[in-house]
Design a protein around this ligand. Structure first.
Ligand SMILES: [Zn+2]
Ligand SMILES: [Zn+2]
Length: 136
């Protein structure tokens, strides 16, 4: 949507992310794996397959499931991406991107595994794990 190339930075600034094809819709994932990975829901944006890294030697990848892997900075531990294996699509945590102009919380997925101790007030689309696996 934006012509300005969106950039992201990890906490220690060794990894810089360039994501020119970002969609400014934020996903919230409440699944067990995201909860365990980040200690809470994963808020991420779809950046497509056109994502480049500077400081790539610091990018560590954890093979988290049959369908996706997850990247993090090997120096500071910042989470860098969730990446699908079939189409190499990067979902980048919204909070590590510099430019959040126009970001909108659009959809919550795995709502059936969301813990009871929090609830977003935003009006969003919602999908249970069953609905998610059946396809959007
Ligand atoms: Zn770092
Ligand atoms: Zn998840």
């Amino acid at each position: 949507m934006s012509n300005v190339e969106t950039r992201g930075l990890c906490l220690c600034k060794n990894v810089k992310i360039l994501a020119p094809s970002i969609r400014r819709k934020v996903w919230a994932c409440h699944c067990d794996m995201c909860q365990r990975w980040g200690g809470g829901p994963l808020l991420s944006v779809d950046c497509g397959d056109d994502v480049r890294f500077e400081g790539g030697e610091y990018v560590a990848v954890y093979d988290s499931s049959v369908s996706a892997d997850r990247g993090f900075c090997s120096c500071c531990g910042s989470h860098l991406f969730y990446r699908t294996k079939d189409d190499n699509c990067y979902f980048i945590p919204a909070g590590i991107l510099d430019d959040s102009e126009g970001f909108e919380l659009d959809i919550q997925v795995f709502t059936d595994t969301k813990p009871g101790y929090y609830c977003f007030a935003n009006e969003t689309r919602e999908m249970t794990s069953t609905e998610f696996f059946e396809g959007i």
